[in-house]
Write a protein that binds this ligand. Structure first.
Ligand code: SAM
Length: 256
């Protein structure tokens, strides 16, 4: 009871949108606009900004997930489908994969990419908010959210939803940028973060979207804080793996 009351209080807190505090619903609206603005150049921007590293991080994530044929895999904030497509290939198209994202424009890019890659069935694309998933309880073997949790209005609510939709014995994975970068690389990383808005202006023609990206990483919970949030939501055996000195981090846990 005390735990529930605590969760409710945290859930109604204002959200960080970059360095601004605002109502979670307002953040959700702003985030939706950002991804509509960049959707058609999103994949290109990812390659340019990370020098292709995001592909290696996503490969690593999917190796850790180790999806199996027959499993129900839910890729939340799945955007243009990078994780879903990797899961599809790893399971030879024999898993039941759903991509759920707030933004129809991102999903449209994902659908088109799947078709380009000859994937005509096996991945379902649906619109939905991570905080209120249009997915039945206890239906997913694996829940994954890659570079998405930072964008949701209420992180705690999204984690509770993850626990709701997972089957007992289901696994949770989150790949996300982190402010908890190793001290030795932090000055260089900070300089790079300051370049992001300029890159965004040049390639995606949206400086503000990439200013938001840089700022949202700085206000996201660090590794240990996210562990606590996952545990508070009901996940167990929570752990994390730093990628490139903590620039990106994979958190995982179980619903037991
Ligand atoms: N997972 C993909 C990837 O790794 O390339 C896309 C990540 S992209 C940085 C973030 C995605 O989160 C966008 O597609 C955005 O629309 C989605 N998103 C943001 N807030 C969301 C929410 N509350 N519920 C569901 N999706 C959300």
């Amino acid at each position: 009871m005390a735990k529930q009351a605590k969760r409710k209080k945290t859930s109604s807190e204002p959200a960080w949108f970059g360095f601004q505090r605002m109502a979670p619903e307002d953040k959700t609206g702003r985030v939706r606009d950002i991804f509509s603005s960049v959707a058609s150049r999103y994949d290109l921007m990812n390659d340019v900004m990370s020098g292709g590293l995001h592909r290696l991080w996503k490969d690593r994530l999917v190796r850790m997930m180790n999806p199996k044929p027959g499993e129900a895999i839910l890729d939340v904030a799945g955007g243009t489908g990078d994780i879903a497509l990797r899961c599809y290939r790893r399971t030879q198209g024999k898993a039941n994969i759903t991509v759920c994202d707030l933004n129809p424009d991102m999903l449209e890019q994902g659908r088109a990419k799947a078709v380009d890659q000859g994937v005509l069935s096996g991945i379902t694309f649906i619109t939905g908010n991570a905080e209120k998933l249009p997915i039945p309880s206890r239906s997913a073997n694996v829940y994954v959210i890659a570079f998405g949790l930072r964008n949701v209005g209420r992180i705690n609510k999204a984690l509770e939803e993850a626990v709701r939709v997972l089957k007992p014995g289901g696994r949770f994975f989150c790949l996300e940028f982190s402010p908890g970068v190793r001290r030795e690389i932090k000055p260089l990383y900070d300089r790079y973060s300051n370049l992001l808005p300029w890159l965004g202006q040049f390639i995606a023609r949206d400086r503000d979207a990439y200013q938001y990206l840089a700022d949202s990483i700085r206000t996201f919970p660090d590794q240990k804080t996210l562990v606590k949030k996952m545990e508070a939501a009901g996940l167990e055996q929570v752990k994390y793996t730093n990628l490139m000195g903590g620039i990106a981090v994979i958190h995982s846990g179980w619903k037991l």
